[in-house]
Write a protein that binds this ligand. Structure first.
Ligand code: NDP
Length: 316
């Protein structure tokens, strides 16, 4: 193993991000005696903490509260010696050795290797009502929350592959699914379009935008505006129980763009289905590099892989 640096604020492995990818990477790195440091960021626990119960994470036949699951992962990582910092990273330099990072409190930290697990953030429309009803009818993850809408009426916003996938998934549970699409056509792949358009439970509302939500105890409906040309406009209320956003995700990769390859949507590109990047010692785990699956269990698995790669690198 390389000798440990004597620099102050130095760590062998810096893990940035506290979702399932970050905490799992920390568990593996800590158990490998690498004494990792983990930056928890503004939202410890990551995206999952915006949902309620998790019923598809293996090992919990009765489901588990999302916050409890993340708290358990955190405790497990800490118990093996992970140093947790409640900071965000504001600057990263991956072209120097050791790598250098600046934190939001102005501290600097150096690291021999880094695991980027900064996740992705669902895009929202920006309506105040989305915040008001968050977790009470508003969701950005059908796989996480769809089960709570069995035999209910839901709406999905978006016309891409994600929206079509979410609408199809929800159609298997809900009694009716509206797909709210702002353009007169779907952007999704042909196969997904066909799946949506031939599903009897899904009704596509083209050229329609959401301007608000209403309800006493959670979402009871959406205020929609249908606009065709300049003179044909209709504002109306659509009674629904759940409102799902599927208008894309922002991968949180901004800090690393000068050093790492990203795809056209900003997801970090890794090598050959591994967590490795073009920069030796820099690994990526979870949703920041995953435009497709975006599931907690997959993020956790990729965190384990990233820590194993970091361990191998540090042992060279
Ligand atoms: P996309 O960017 O492809 O689609 C976003 C959709 O949301 C578009 O229909 C867009 O409308 C709409 N939208 C964006 N902003 C707003 C807004 N403010 N109000 C209303 N509607 C809005 O994102 P996806 O997440 O669907 O897909 C991302 C990538 O991942 C794509 O390349 C996709 O193919 C891929 N993917 C692949 C899957 C698979 O292969 N199984 C599954 C899921 C995603 P507009 O068209 O008007 O811009």
């Amino acid at each position: 193993m390389k000798p440990e640096s004597t620099l102050p604020n130095h760590t062998r492995v810096l893990i940035i991000g506290s979702g399932p990818a970050g905490y799992t990477a920390a568990i593996y790195a800590a158990r490998a005696n690498l004494s990792p440091t983990l930056l928890e960021g503004l939202q410890p626990g990551g995206q999952l903490t915006t949902t309620t119960d998790i019923e598809n994470f293996p090992g919990f036949p009765d489901g588990i509260d999302a916050n409890e699951l993340m708290e358990n992962m955190r405790k497990q990582a800490e118990s093996f010696g992970t140093k947790m910092l409640q900071n965000t990273c504001t600057n990263a330099q991956l072209n120097v050795r050791p790598f250098q990072f600046t934190l939001d409190n102005g501290d600097n930290i150096t690291a021999d290797s880094v695991i980027i697990a900064t996740g992705a953030s669902a895009k929202y429309l920006g309506l105040p009502d989305e915040q008001k009803y968050m977790g009470r009818g508003v969701s950005a993850c059908a796989t996480c929350d769809g089960f709570f809408y069995r035999k209910k009426i839901v709406a999905v916003v978006g016309g891409g592959d994600t929206a079509c996938e979410e609408a199809s998934y929800l159609a298997g549970l809900a009694s009716k699914v509206y797909l709210i699409v702002r353009k007169p056509f779907l952007r999704a792949s042909k196969i997904m379009q066909e799946r949506v358009l031939t599903n009897e439970k899904i009704e596509v509302l083209f050229e329609t935008n959401t301007i608000g939500l209403y309800g006493e105890n959670g979402v009871e409906g959406a205020k929609l505006v249908y606009r065709k040309g300049e003179n044909d406009e209709k504002v109306y209320d659509l009674p629904i129980d759940g409102f799902f956003l599927a208008i894309g995700h922002h991968p949180n990769s901004e800090l690393f763009k000068d050093y790492l390859e990203t795809d056209t949507n900003g997801f970090i590109v890794t090598k050959d289905d591994t967590p490795c990047t073009d920069v030796p010692g820099v690994y990526v785990a979870g949703d920041v590099a995953d435009p497709k699956y975006r599931q907690a269990i997959i993020a956790a698995g990729s965190g384990a892989k990233a820590a194993m790669e970091a361990e191998k690198y540090l042992a060279q």
